[in-house]
Each structure stands twice: as C-alpha cells, then as structure tokens.
Design a protein around this ligand. Sequence first.
Ligand SMILES: Nc1ncnc2c1ncn2[C@@H]1O[C@H](COP(=O)(O)OP(=O)(O)OP(=O)(O)O)[C@@H](O)[C@H]1O
Length: 305
Amino acid sequence: MPATSDVVARLSAAVKRYGPLTALDGVDLVLHRGELLAVLGPNGAGKSTSISLLLGLIRPDGGRAELFGRDPQQIDARRRIGVMLQSAMLPITLRVTELLRLVASYYPNPRPLQESAALAGIGDLLQRPYGKLSGGQQRRVQFALALCGRPELVFLDEPTVGMDIDARQKLWAAMRALVAEGCSVVLTTHYLEEAEALAQRVVVMGKGRVLSEGSVDALRAQVPLTRIRCVTDLDAATVANWPQVAVAERDGGRLRISTSAAESVLRRLLDADAALSELEVQRAGLAEAFTELTRDEPAIEQEAA
Ligand SMILES: Nc1ncnc2c1ncn2[C@@H]1O[C@H](COP(=O)(O)OP(=O)(O)OP(=O)(O)O)[C@@H](O)[C@H]1O
C-alpha cells in the first residue's frame, strides 16, 4: 500500500449539485504517484465532473478536492499538471509549434519541443496552423500540449476519441512512457480495452457514485463470467433464457454467450446442436465486468425528477 505522501490527487466525499441534479453524490477517489487510473462509467456517471473538481474548474458543494495536498485552484498545484479535456478551445490561426511554445512557457521545467512532438507523434504537423488539422490530428496536438510542461500529473478525458487505430496505439505507447517516467495519469474512456491495456487501477462510476474500484484483474474477478462463442443455428433468445446465462446474442454468424456456469452451458449447447462448430471459450474481460457492475443503474435525471 503506497504511503499517504504518494497521493497526488484526492476527492473526499465530494458532492456536486446542479440545481435538482446531484452529479456527484459522495465520491472518494485517490490517485497515487506514477500510476495510471482509469475512470470508467456510462454517460453522465460523473467522470468529467470529478476531473473538473480536481482541476479546480468547479468547487464541490460538499467534501473536498485536493491536488498535491492543496486546493486545486492554487497556481502552484496547477503548474504541476497537464490537461486534455473533451473540448479544447485553442486559437485556430496559431501553428502547432507556436501553441507548444506558448503552453510550455507556463511551466517551470518544460520538455524540449521536439521531445513533446515525438511523444505525441506530431513531428510532421509542427508548421501547420491548428485550425487546418483533422479532428484526430488536433487531438494529438492537444495531447502534446498536455505533456509539454513535463507535468507530474496528466488528466486525459477521452483522449483517443476520433483517432484511427495507428494514432491510438501511439498514444497508448506515449501514456506508458509517461507512467514509466513517474508521471501519474487520470484517464477517462469508454474504450474498455484501453483501460484493460493501460490501467494499474480502475474506478467504475455510476449515477454520481463510485460503484467499484480495484485492479483490472480484481474487477474481472468480481464478475466471474466466461465468454463462449460458436457457430450454431440455436436461437439466441432461447439460449438467453437458460439458467446462468447472463447474455446470449448474435454476432454475425456466431452466437456469443456470457455465463457464470461455463461447463453446464457448454454441455447443454453441445447436446442441443450436434452440428455446433468453431467453439471458443475464454475468461470474460473488463467489458463484461463493466456491463454487470453498471447494470440497472437508473440515470440521475430520473431520480431527481
Ligand atoms: N454544467 C452543468 N450543468 C448542469 N448539469 C451538468 C453540468 N455538468 C454536468 N452536468 C450533469 O452532471 C451529470 C454528470 O456529468 P459528467 O459530465 O460528469 O458525466 P460523465 O461521466 O463525464 O459523462 P460522459 O461519459 O457523457 O462524458 C450529468 O447528468 C450531466 O448532465
């Protein structure tokens, strides 16, 4: 267990209300030095609100937000972080190199410009005006801006949205490089394979609360499901009604099943269809755990109404 001094950011019983809507309802969240924490949850769960509290962009109505043990609105704390939010309002006429110089100048010990560009994979974009870049290219520049100050902590709010596969893989490698340097990263994402590939710890949020927290493996273990795929003529709706079948659905020509009783479901499948083929059985991933953990979570809006 890391020492308390290893804590770089913390929410303690944080509450945030917007009129009748409770966006955060007593959230505890801790980030340690040098770890990548993935914050997951359905739309409206409170992920961005949590980040905004830690950034000092909004104030909690109850509880506390701390950045390096201080009020997040203090400039000293903010000089130690880098940020990539979902929407970035950047001057479109500036060239990428000018933007990087400008943002790096806010920090006491910034990275050399070429190093930031290489980490974010934007070496070929430096002379282009920001406004003329594609959406995915602009995201990569925003990532470069988040890391150019050599921050101790980086917030990445859905950083890979709109990126092609190659750009996404490069960004994953860059995130790993940041963590290897000792930088802490808070990542929100709807791509569960991203959290699975990168995160040391995962927090699952739902309707303004933390539903679950732990390593990817610990979360998977909370939902002991097995994934079965096969080619069969069996009806998905029928199989979905079998005991201990959590999900059964068609995926192209295949039937995909999640179950907590793999052996008995397999036996029943093979009995029911002698022609069944291309059978695959594997442990369920974070996606299934996430679906189970956030199942039947009514939206806050419904509660407040
Ligand atoms: N400025 C605001 N005014 C009113 N309601 C807000 C405001 N910001 C957020 N909310 C509400 O607070 C709740 C939490 O929103 P938040 O943006 O934190 O969710 P999220 O988990 O980041 O969702 P997403 O995955 O869609 O980005 C939502 O119901 C949202 O509508």
